[in-house]
Design a protein around this ligand. Structure first.
Ligand SMILES: [Zn+2]
Length: 299
């Protein structure tokens, strides 16, 4: 546990890029449960993980973003929850083993997809129990750390971090998704600001803080700057490949690997210790981010 935290004091790690984008490339259709592929198309998962490792990722993330009970229920797959989460770690670990590189496997935890009370019907306790169930499966599978991502609601994120810390011994990364306004106000769509996020997630026990997704790469630099102004903890930045665009009813991202990676230096200078990618990023983006980091080292 202290190992990664200590290493992050002197090293910059590269995390992988989008999973959904890659699964779509491999034939995942709309309406299909991406997490079920851990069981039904394991060889494709291993392939995607391998591509990210070969691109230079030091940390790869399991295909379990929607691997909690509340999300799996929508596909009537809640009975397979444990199996899906455990096999996701096995797929990632197999890719690591095949590569022969010491890559860490982060168990991915996404939102429940339901609003918490009083805005919605889900209680904090129910959210906590859903996260706990997934944490236990990912830990049993042998994940090296856990990453909580794409969170916009404070209480839900706190419940996820607490569930992760109280039910595993793994280091926990907690990321929220922020939008940056032109006058540089940084908030999630649910209105959570950066100082509140840092205070509450630190109190809940998060070891690494950061942000993923959001409304642009330049904007991610501002998000990291704002988080760094509030904490000394290691930080992770995973921006999308630019802004989402719509063509023929399909959302895509047109940020090239070169453009996306050109912000790597700015992200590190503003405080990021881990740089990866979110929606629309591919192994080509991660490879270019890795190149940028190597170039900085050799300066
Ligand atoms: Zn994203």
């Amino acid at each position: 546990m202290q190992d990664i935290i200590n290493r992050l004091k002197k090293e910059i790690f590269v995390c992988d890029g989008a999973m959904g984008t890659m699964l779509q490339k491999h034939g995942l259709s709309a309406g299909e449960c991406p997490e079920y592929w851990n069981l039904t198309k394991a060889e494709k998962l291993v392939l995607v993980h391998r591509e990210y490792i070969e691109a230079g990722a030091d940390i790869i993330i399991t295909n379990t973003f929607g691997g909690n009970r509340l999300k799996l229920q929508k596909y009537n797959l809640e009975g397979k929850l444990k199996e899906i989460n455990i096999s996701s770690v096995a797929n990632a670990k197999l890719a690591v083993e095949q590569s022969g590189r010491p890559v860490m496997v982060a168990g991915d935890i996404g939102p429940t997809g339901s609003l918490l009370e009083p805005l919605g019907f889900l209680s904090v306790k129910e959210a906590y129990e859903a996260f706990k169930e997934q944490v236990l499966a990912l830990a049993e599978g042998g994940a090296d750390l856990l990453i909580i991502e794409t969170m916009i609601a404070l209480e839900e994120t706190v419940a996820a971090v607490r569930a992760a810390k109280e039910n595993s011994k793994l280091p926990v990364i907690a990321c929220m998704t922020f939008d940056v306004t032109p006058n540089k106000d940084v908030r999630t769509v649910m209105g959570v600001d950066v100082p509140t996020m840092v205070t509450e997630l630190t109190k809940a026990g998060a070891d690494i803080l950061g942000s993923n997704c959001g409304n642009g790469i330049e904007q991610m630099v501002e998000v990291i700057r704002a988080i760094r102004a509030n904490t000394d903890k290691p930080l992770i930045a995973e921006a999308n490949a630019g802004m989402p665009k719509l063509k023929d009813g399909i959302i895509y991202y047109d940020g090239t690997p070169e453009v996306v990676a050109s912000f790597t230096g700015a992200l590190i200078e503003t405080g990021a210790n881990i740089v990866g990618g979110c929606c629309g990023t591919t192994p080509a983006h991660i490879k270019e981010i890795k190149n940028q980091i190597e170039r900085r080292k050799n300066k």
